[in-house]
Structures are given as structure tokens and as C-alpha cells.
Design a protein around this ligand. Structure first.
Ligand code: UGA
Length: 437
């Protein structure tokens, strides 16, 4: 059995590495030659725990990395894991996935195999039926369900635990028709992930499940963030104790109730906007989803107001931002709330210094010389009038009075409450805590 994975981003490269490390024959394909070169030398193009180790295991076995899509030729399973970026109106850009499935279709024409094509890319309901399937059938001159299998297979991995999530998913969703290909796919996944529930449904539902999942996670975060704003105005109230307690109710669950500066990253904000755009297109007013989004956008504005309340007009004031990655254990700054905050502060004339354990280089690509970059927390705080902790890196919970000693004014805004238990000699305000410590 041979497997092709087309698109070596977070999802594709994690899958490529995990499957090949298990000893399966895999070809990982990406249009970017430089990226392929790096990967084939065992170097991951981004930081992700355990990824390089897993990739190198695969490379020692039967893994091949290439930029040539015609290598899908003798594959039994073809996973499509290319990106579906956001357009300015919130809808998703399909040009990349269209180009890839066209190439797969052309290849299928001369192919004697009957492969199964799994679409893992996040796509709006109807994309499989109205866009992907017609392209594949037209280009190949073959019929889906008869000559080849076509299955919607959304992905639920999280960055920072991508390898673990790929090895041990909580669910496998297979969307499509009940054909021999579906039976084969089910068998493949039950062998790969014994005991993991496999949900078999139609294409539209599988596509919608992905949006339901991410929009529910976004909802939980906006819910707790709104509550944290209320708590901030109740003397002594503590959002973490509240989250911990309501999380013990099995109907609520403890995860994704960590209040903070709002959700960022390459998925939650994009998927929320795409779902809102889709709902409007089909004549539904997504009032609830709109509020989830608005609450998220306000979280960053609230932090700016807090800074201004503490230090007044930020123009020409030196401010330190601790953490620019969209969450800890990643160097990814895509749609990071911290980046958004820095942009707003720079626009207001603030002098920004940043620190991040992994994301300095990616941050530099955005701001170039507009801001300052420091490798040590102490240096980043020197002469600063205010520090804002934006990402929950464990390094920041180790901050002490001596770390902040070079600050001009010792004002700390802690959006993740990493210092809440500490006796820091500063004007300290934690998001979601109802008193000044
Ligand atoms: C998200 C989903 O969690 C995955 O299940 C999904 O597969 C993925 O998107 C995707 O669609 O590809 P990810 O983007 O890696 O994964 O990030 P999350 O861990 O979901 O975090 C998103 C944002 O929410 C981050 O900014 C994080 O700091 C924030 N967050 C998360 C909170 O503020 N509080 C929480 O309790 C949890």
C-alpha cells in the first residue's frame, strides 16, 4: 500500500511523518521545492514538538518527499492537505485546492489504480459536491464512487500537539457515499486508530462538522473572556476558579475555558469568518456567531484601554510585549492577537520591544525595524513603562522582582494570569481578576 500526502503544512507534514514513522510507504508532496529539500533532510519548516523526531524516523524508513505531483500515480490513498486561505470578505480561497485536484484528476486519467482521495483541507459545506468532485470527474473522465473513492476527512489536530493528535485523534470523520471505497477507508482507519470512534456521514455534514467544532471552541473562549471582563470589575473575583469549577460539570467540560486576549491562530478566526460568510450567503443571519467574533475582537481593544488607563497616551512610551506566538509551544504568529495588539500600539506611536522564546524571527518578518527584539526577558523589560504578557509561555511564570528591576515604571498587564500567585512588586493587573495586586 502506498500513500500520497499533498500539501506539507501543519496537517500534511504531521500526517506524513506519523504514517511514515509507522513504516507505511508514504510520499509527501509540496509545490515548494525549498521546503521539500529541507523536509527531506529531516528539517521541519516550522517548530512543532516531536515533529522532526517523527519525520526523521519516517525518512529512515520508506518516506519520500518530492515536489512532483505525478508521484501520486501508483498510490492507493491520496490525502489532500493544502490550505484554504481567507479572502477579504471572510470566504475561503479555493484556488490552491482546485489546482491540486485538477492535477490529481489529470493523473487519474492514465492511472490504472482505483485510489481513494481524502480531502482533509477545511472547506465550506458543498465544496466537495459542487467544486472538487466535478473537477476530478471532468479531468479524469472517471466516476467518483466507481473508479475512485472520494471522502471528506476533516482534521482536528491542534498546533503544539500536532504529532500526538495525529497519532491519537479523538474521532475520525469520513464523509461520502457508502461505497466499497468507504468500507476500505473505514478498515484502514480502524486499524490505524483502534478504539477511536469513526463517524460515517455524507460530504456536507462532514464539512460542516469541522466548522461546528471550531466555532464551538471559539464560542467557549469568547464566553469565558466575556465573563472575565465582568470578573475584573468584581472585587476579588477570580476567573480561573470559576472556569475550574464550571469545568467540573460534565455538561460543560474543563477545556477551552482559559480566559485571555482572545483566540488567534490560522484556524479559529478564519473558520469563524468563513462560517459567518457562508451563513449569510444562504440567507441565515448568524447573530450568535457574529457576537462570538465581536467579543473576540473587543478583547484586544480592552487590553489597549487598560494600558492607556495605566500609562495614559502611549505615544513615545516604551512598552514591552511578552509573547508574540498565537499560543505557547509554537513559533506561529499567524492571526496572533499579540501581533494585532502590537500593530495597534505602533499605530498609536508606542515604542515596542518584544520577547518570545520561539517566534522572534516570524515576528521580525512582519514588523522589520519598526519594533525592537530581545532574546532575554530582562533585556526586553529595560526602560519599559509597561509590560504586557500575551502568550502563556512557561518562561513568563518565572518572572520575579529581579527580572523586572530595569523597568522604568513597574506596570504589568497579565492577559494569561501567569503571575497571579506571585508576590510581584509592581502595579499588576491580570485579565479576569477583580482586584489590583
Ligand atoms: C484549532 C482547533 O483547536 C483544532 O481542533 C483544529 O484542528 C485547528 O484549529 C484547525 O482547524 O486546524 P489551533 O489553531 O492549533 O487549533 O489552536 P487552539 O489550540 O485551538 O487555540 C486557538 C486560540 O485560542 C489560541 O489563540 C489560544 O491561545 C486560544 N485559546 C485556546 C484561549 O484563549 N483559551 C483557551 O482556553 C483555549
Amino acid at each position: 500500500m502506498k500513500i500520497a500526502i499533498v500539501g506539507l503544512g501543519f496537517v500534511g507534514l504531521s500526517l506524513t511523518s506519523v504514517l511514515s514513522a509507522k513504516g507505511l510507504q508514504v510520499v509527501g508532496i509540496d509545490i515548494d521545492k525549498d521546503k521539500c529539500k529541507k523536509i527531506s533532510h529531516g528539517i521541519a519548516p516550522f517548530f512543532e514538538k516531536d515533529l522532526e523526531k517523527t519525520l526523521r524516523n519516517g525518512l529512515k524508513k520508506q518516506l519520500e518527499i518530492n515536489d512532483d505531483i505525478s508521484l501520486i500515480d501508483d498510490c492507493d490513498y491520496i490525502f489532500v492537505t493544502v490550505g484554504t486561505p481567507q479572502k477579504s470578505d471572510g470566504s475561503i480561497e479555493l484556488s490552491i485546492i482546485k489546482r491540486v485536484v485538477s492535477a490529481i484528476g489529470q493523473n487519474l486519467k492514465k492511472n490504472h489504480k482505483n485510489p481513494i482521495i481524502f480531502i482533509k483541507s477545511t472547506v465550506i459545506p458543498g465544496t466537495m459536491q459542487n467544486t472538487i468532485l466535478p473537477i476530478l470527474e471532468n479531468k479524469s473522465g472517471k466516476k467518483a464512487g466507481k473508479d475512485f473513492g472520494l471522502i471528506s476527512n476533516p482534521e482536528f489536530l491542534q498546533e503544539s500537539s500536532a504529532i500526538k493528535d495525529t497519532k491519537f485523534p479523538h474521532v475520525v470523520v469520513l464523509g461520502g457515499y457508502e461505497t466499497k471505497y468507504m468500507k476500505k477507508a473505514k478498515k484502514f482507519f480502524s486499524k490505524l486508530h483502534p478504539k477511536v470512534p469513526i463517524i460515517i456521514t455524507n460530504h456536507h455534514t462532514a464539512e460542516m462538522i469541522k466548522y461546528a467544532n471550531n466555532s464551538f471552541l471559539a464560542t467557549k473562549i469568547s464566553f469565558i473572556n466575556q465573563l472575565s471582563n465582568i470578573c475584573q470589575n468584581i472585587p476579588g473575583a477570580n476567573i480561573d476558579d470559576i472556569a475550574k469549577t464550571i469545568g467540573l460539570d460534565p455538561r460543560i467540560g474543563k477545556l477551552f475555558l482559559n480566559a485571555g486576549p482572545g483566540y488567534g491562530g490560522s484556524c479559529l478566526p478564519k473558520d469563524m469568518k468563513a462560517l459567518i460568510n457562508f451563513a449569510e450567503k444562504i440567507g441565515i443571519r448568524p447573530t450568535f456567531l457574529n457576537e462570538v467574533e465581536k467579543t473576540n475582537e473587543n478583547q484586544c481593544i480592552n487590553i489597549i484601554s487598560l494600558i492607556e488607563r495605566k500609562i495614559g497616551n502611549v505615544n513615545k512610551k516604551r512598552i514591552t510585549v511578552l509573547g508574540t506566538s498565537f499560543k505557547p509551544e509554537t513559533d506561529d504568529v499567524r492571526d496572533s492577537i499579540s501581533i494585532k495588539l502590537i500593530k495597534k500600539l505602533v499605530k498609536k506611536g508606542a515604542i515596542i520591544t518584544i520577547h518570545d522564546p520561539k517566534a522572534i524571527e516570524n515576528t521580525r518578518k512582519i514588523f522589520l525595524k519598526k519594533i525592537e527584539y530581545k532574546k532575554s526577558i530582562i533585556d526586553s523589560l529595560a526602560k519599559s513603562q509597561c509590560a504586557i504578557i500575551m502568550t502563556q509561555w512557561k518562561e513568563y511564570s518565572k518572572i520575579t522582582n529581579s527580572t523586572i528591576k530595569k523597568m522604568d515604571r513597574k506596570i504589568i498587564i497579565d492577559s494569561r494570569r501567569v503571575l497571579v500567585e506571585k508576590d510581584i512588586d509592581a502595579d499588576y493587573q491580570a485579565i479576569g481578576i477583580g482586584n489590583n495586586k
